[in-house]
Design a protein around this ligand. Structure first.
Ligand SMILES: [Fe+2]
Length: 193
């Protein structure tokens, strides 16, 4: 997938990745096979984000790719999406994973580099080509949908009506965790100067 040039600060891409409540409005197709109400928060040390108990693209798209050998059989629909601080967005499902590296170019510009990974050489077989294409297309749509959101967030930061925003005590816990982490890094840099 080609790199995506985004007009936003890299931290807004992380912030957007850490919460799931934009799914119904920004990602209606994703929300059809990984619904908002099936998500849970993930917060752990150096990463934070969302998990889903009910990721089921394979049912929607008819895709059946090889799965990770040690993946728990009772969690085949579990998927997790975490921002590994500072700038890598990870996603893992039973049959594929992806990593998006955020490259800060300027305070308001970021380049997103995406790599998609399947399970074993078998997954590269031609009989799985349609399944791989369905997975790639699904993420291509999702990441394209996020561009308008994060660029809108960037513009919003410059609005005279922007007053700092508010965190949801329920749904913004991973986002708040990231902000605290980022603030600690900035304070440590400032104190070392
Ligand atoms: Fe999104």
């Amino acid at each position: 997938m080609p790199a995506l040039n985004i007009n936003c600060n890299w931290k807004l891409a992380v912030e957007n990745y850490c919460e799931a409540y934009h799914l119904p409005w920004v990602h209606p197709s994703l929300n059809s096979y990984s619904r908002l109400e099936d998500h849970y928060n993930i917060i752990f040390d150096q990463f934070a984000g969302q998990g889903s108990h009910a990721y089921n693209l394979s049912d929607v798209a008819g895709t059946h790719l090889p799965i990770f050998p040690s993946w728990p059989q009772d969690r085949l629909r579990t998927a997790e999406y975490v921002a590994f601080f500072p700038n890598v967005l990870l996603g893992i499902q039973a049959d594929h994973a992806f990593a998006m590296m955020l490259e800060p170019i300027a305070p308001g510009k970021t380049v997103e580099h995406l790599r998609l990974f399947y399970v074993g050489d078998e997954a590269l077989d031609s009989r799985f080509e349609a399944a791989r294409d369905a997975v790639m297309q699904s993420w291509r749509v999702v990441f394209a949908e996020d561009i308008a959101s994060v660029e809108g967030m960037q513009k919003g930061r410059h609005s005279p009506g922007y007053g700092g925003g508010a965190f949801s005590p329920e749904m913004d816990l991973p986002t708040h965790f990231f902000h605290q982490w980022a603030a600690r890094q900035l304070l440590a840099c400032a104190q070392s100067v």
